[in-house]
Ligand binder design. Structure first.
Ligand code: SF4
Length: 190
């Protein structure tokens, strides 16, 4: 018997959520995958509506993609208590929902928003996450794929991450913009 995705109780995150935040947006070439719903997403039942989501909307718009031009989901669909990082068993429990979206929607590219999403969708790397993103964007290592779909990792767009600088002084948001530009380009029909 199939489970109603809006009523899933497969992991402990179901205990404290207000609602499951389902994928939304058009079935388009570009799917953004974040870590987890936050407080506003949990309250509204819509993904990427908090400050981090609005930051992503802004940089997408700067790259010519409005909110109705890309799709969104998370590696877990229920808000973790106090916005903690999802645990590995919770990510594993939710994995089949994300995989189903990829099968059904068949995006041309996945934009992994933040380290947790990248850890879920790409092979392990050594060193810092931001250096890894830099190397990928510079072509020093091949862009990873998940289920055959290219994955472009980017920094998280939460204010805490987005407004910081790296040790070399470069802005984290500039790295994020470059990653979004790459994802938008890869999402274009060939
Ligand atoms: S996080 Fe995913 S697996 Fe866990 S209860 Fe919510 S929808 Fe189900």
């Amino acid at each position: 018997m199939s489970v109603d995705p809006a009523k899933c109780t497969a992991c402990r995150l179901s205990a404290n959520r207000q609602q499951v935040v389902l994928p939304d947006g058009p079935i388009s070439g570009l799917l953004a995958v974040g870590e987890a719903p936050g407080r506003q997403e949990d309250a509204q039942g819509v993904g990427f509506v908090g400050i981090a989501g609005r930051n992503l909307d802004r940089v997408m718009a700067a790259c010519g993609v409005q909110r109705d031009g890309y799709a969104r989901t998370n590696i877990v669909r229920c808000r973790p208590p106090d916005n903690r990082k999802p645990r590995s068993d919770e990510v594993a429990a939710c994995a089949h929902w994300l995989d189903q979206v990829l099968r059904d929607w068949q995006p041309r590219v996945i934009l992994a928003v933040g380290q947790s999403a990248a850890e879920r969708l790409t092979p392990p790397w050594s060193g810092s996450y931001l250096d890894h993103v830099e190397q990928l964007l510079a072509g020093q290592i091949p862009m990873p794929r998940y289920q055959g779909i290219p994955v472009v990792p980017m920094p998280h767009t939460s204010p805490l991450a987005w407004n910081r600088r790296r040790p070399d002084g470069s802005a984290i948001r500039d790295l994020g913009k470059r990653a979004v530009e790459r994802a938008v380009r890869l999402a274009q029909p060939t």
